[in-house]
Write a protein that binds this ligand. Structure first.
Ligand code: G1P
Ligand code: ZN
Length: 545
């Protein structure tokens, strides 16, 4: 088959963010926009000749089109084999696993995670490296550099579309396209970690009911195969289980606002015992008990606290890591276990190095993501299986498990306020001005305590000594309360300013306070300090989680 070199004009805006290149579908539809970005990825991979690539996505609009293009480009760029999920479906954790399991050069994930999908919404391309994790920053920066001056891409001539329905191998030029069952390898991985017999007993017990909401996104087929077919949960335990190109109009971000289709039935009388949901590409999780919501920071802490119940982790937990804004609940658990805690910038890529070096077993973020060294991405269904295993082993309900944590370590009240779609200049000026005034803050009193330190977080990678700065502003109080302020790296329109608040309360009567009221002294202080209402013209955040 003939390789064509197609001339095109480079774009200046292909800098990958926290999690790959995310843009509106209409941007990806500009002439050669997708093709040039893919070529830029291939250009920084000289080892691609004769190598294997994993390819799949969350099923969103433009996935099908992009897969056909990428396959023809991979064939023209010297790859020997591309492993593709059936119908182009692979959740992000499954890609991470496949890269590691099949020892491939890397993988391309077509996803904009939880961002809405459809012709007027978002699309994304993310490259994961040979360790299964998101490409490290030096690599993504090189991709961006290359993209700015790339005037052509290589592709083999169009024939008919490659059939993605039927598992098996076919030739495309000199390359093999291997279509695989999307869920099988991932489920085998989970079987090696968790006690599936114990899980089957729980899910088949007449006194236990679960509801898993896939939000019409990628995890539907995984959840059906796992919970219903493999573990025997009653049919209908998985809802909204078919991945739709527009996610059925949902915003598959599992939180109290966008996860309403799960939250509402879980807060009704007669609710199931356990509820869970994942995001668009399957790396996030939300856990609910009957009339009870588990904060993601607490979910991470619970996972660490109960790790000894899971065969794979028993006696085998190294350290733990959390992103800067994530609450210190997990630190409290780690302290009692005598293991290290690493504080990293936001985004999963920073955890990868720590895992590769054998320093940490569990990681997590406040944004509904947790995972372990079994792969190099956060993992939604893994977290759900972890929780189910805790319930199976303790015989307790979700609420009791969380109360045990609070009673032991205090409750880390945590909330995030997002101001979305701000004019970029406006948000950046606010942030810069805040940073300039940090020196004056220590010693200032809030509530009945004082500010201990205020700085811009810079992360020193303990493995290679590299420093990543400007990762958010942190204001730490003497009683361990914190305020963190940062700009999002995953948005596709304007800037999103995120403010995070954390305050720990201990003892009887202090575990069931109203969340926003408990945090309000910190919130008031941060709003006044940043003058956010006047500067943004917003009276309230767009999203509070
Ligand atoms: C957000 C989350 C972050 C997560 C990322 C990718 O990034 O805050 O924790 O790793 O999505 O899922 P942000 O938009 O804040 O840069
Ligand atoms: Zn995601």
């Amino acid at each position: 088959m003939k390789i064509q070199r197609i001339e095109a004009t480079p774009y200046p805006d292909q800098r990958p963010g926290t999690s790959g290149l995310r843009k509106k579908v209409t941007v990806f539809q500009k002439p050669a926009y997708l093709e040039l970005f893919i070529q830029a990825i291939f250009e920084v991979l000289p080892e691609r000749h004769g190598a294997t690539l994993v390819l799949g996505g969350d099923g969103r609009y433009y996935n099908d089109h992009a897969i056909q293009i990428i396959l023809r480009m991979a064939a023209a760029n010297g790859f020997a084999r591309v492993v593709v999920g059936r119908r182009g479906i692979l959740c992000t954790p499954a890609v991470s696993h496949l890269i590691r399991h099949r020892k491939t050069l890397g993988g391309i994930i077509l996803t904009a995670s939880h961002n809405p999908a459809g012709p007027d919404h978002d699309f994304g391309v993310k490259y994961n490296a040979a360790n299964g994790g998101p490409a490290p920053e030096p690599l993504t920066e090189r991709i961006w550099e290359v993209s700015k001056t790339l005037h052509s891409y290589q592709i083999i001539e169009a024939t008919q579309a490659i059939d993605l329905q039927t598992p098996g191998s076919t030739g495309l030029g000199d390359m093999i396209v291997e279509i695989i069952d999307s869920t099988a390898d991932y489920i085998r991985l989970m079987e090696g970690i968790f006690d599936f017999d114990a899980l089957s007993r729980l899910l088949q017990s007449p006194s236990f009911r679960m509801r898993y909401d896939a939000l019409n996104a990628v995890t539907g087929p995984y959840a059906q195969d796992l919970f219903e077919k493999r573990l025997g949960a009653p049919q209908g335990s998985v809802v909204q289980g078919t991945p739709l190109p527009d996610f059925g109009g949902l915003h598959p971000d599992p939180n109290l606002i966008y996860g309403k289709s799960l939250v509402d039935p879980m807060f009704r009388p007669g609710a199931p015992d356990f509820g869970a949901a994942s995001d668009g590409d399957g790396d996030r999780h939300m856990i609910l008990g009957r009339q009870f919501f588990v904060s993601p920071c607490d979910s991470l802490a619970v996972i660490l606290a109960h790790a000894h119940r899971i065969p794979h982790y028993r006696g085998n937990v190294r350290g733990t890591a959390r992103s800067l804004p994530t609450s210190q609940a997990v630190d409290a658990v780690a302290e009692t276990l005598g293991i290290a805690v690493y504080e990293t910038p936001t985004g999963w890529k920073y955890f990868g190095d720590l895992m590769d070096a054998g320093r940490v077993t569990f990681c997590g973020e406040e944004s509904f993501g947790a995972g372990s060294s079994h792969i190099r991405e956060k993992d939604g269904l893994w977290a759900v299986l972890f929780w189910l295993s805790i319930l199976a082993d303790t015989g307790k309900g979700v609420r009791d498990i969380v109360y045990d944590l609070w009673q032991r370590h205090g409750r880390h009240y945590f909330s995030r306020h997002d101001f979305e779609n701000l004019p970029t200049d406006n948000a950046e000026t606010l942030y810069d001005d805040l940073q300039k005034g940090l020196d004056k803050l220590p010693g200032h009193s809030i509530m009945d305590t004082t500010i201990l330190s205020a700085d811009a977080f810079a992360y020193r990678n303990p493995i290679d000594g590299s420093v990543t700065d400007h990762q958010g502003i942190r204001i730490v109080l003497a009683d361990t309360s914190r305020i963190v302020v940062r700009l999002s790296g995953t948005g596709t329109g304007g800037a999103t300013l995120r403010l995070y608040f954390e305050r720990v309360m201990r003892g009887p009567g202090r575990l069931e306070l109203d969340l926003q009221t408990t945090l309000s002294p910190l919130i008031q202080f941060a709003y006044a300090l940043t003058d956010i209402r006047r500067r943004t013209g917003r009276t309230a955040p767009d999203v509070i989680t």
